[in-house]
Design a protein around this ligand. Structure first.
Ligand code: SF4
Length: 102
C-alpha cells in the first residue's frame, strides 16, 4: 500500500488515520501483511502478483478499516488495497443481469 496519490485534504487525513491504526495494530502484535512484505509486491502491475498479495490481505487485522478507506477514497494506480486488485475495484460495465421471476 502506498500513500494517497491525489491531493485531497480529506483523503490525506483519512490515510494518516488509517496508517496510525495499522501501526497501532502492529505494535500490539497483529498482522498487517503489506507492512511486512516489500512494497513493490503491492504496487506491481502484474495481475498474478496482485492476486497473490490480495490473498494476503485476508489475514490482515486492519482489513475492514482498509476497505472503508479505499471505498471512500478510491486510489488510482495498480496498488492492491483491502484484498482488492485493480480489476476488482474497477467499476462494472454493462447492464446488470435480470433475475428470473420464480
Ligand atoms: S487489508 Fe491488505 S492492503 Fe489493507 S492494510 Fe491490510 S494488508 Fe494492507
Amino acid at each position: 500500500m502506498n500513500g494517497p496519490r491525489v491531493h485531497d485534504p480529506d483523503r490525506q487525513r483519512a490515510h494518516v488515520n488509517l496508517m496510525a491504526h495499522l501501526e497501532h495494530l502492529r505494535e500490539i502484535g497483529c498482522r498487517v501483511p503489506c507492512m511486512d512484505h516489500p512494497a513493490a509486491e503491492w504496487t506491481s502491475e502484474d495481475h498474478e502478483d496482485q492476486q497473490y498479495v490480495a490473498r494476503l490481505c485476508s489475514s490482515c487485522a486492519g482489513l475492514s478499516r482498509c476497505r472503508d478507506y479505499i471505498t471512500n477514497h478510491p486510489e488510482p494506480g495498480p496498488a492492491v488495497w483491502a484484498g482488492l486488485t485493480v480489476a476488482d475495484r474497477a467499476p462494472r460495465r454493462g447492464r446488470p443481469k435480470k433475475r428470473k421471476e420464480t
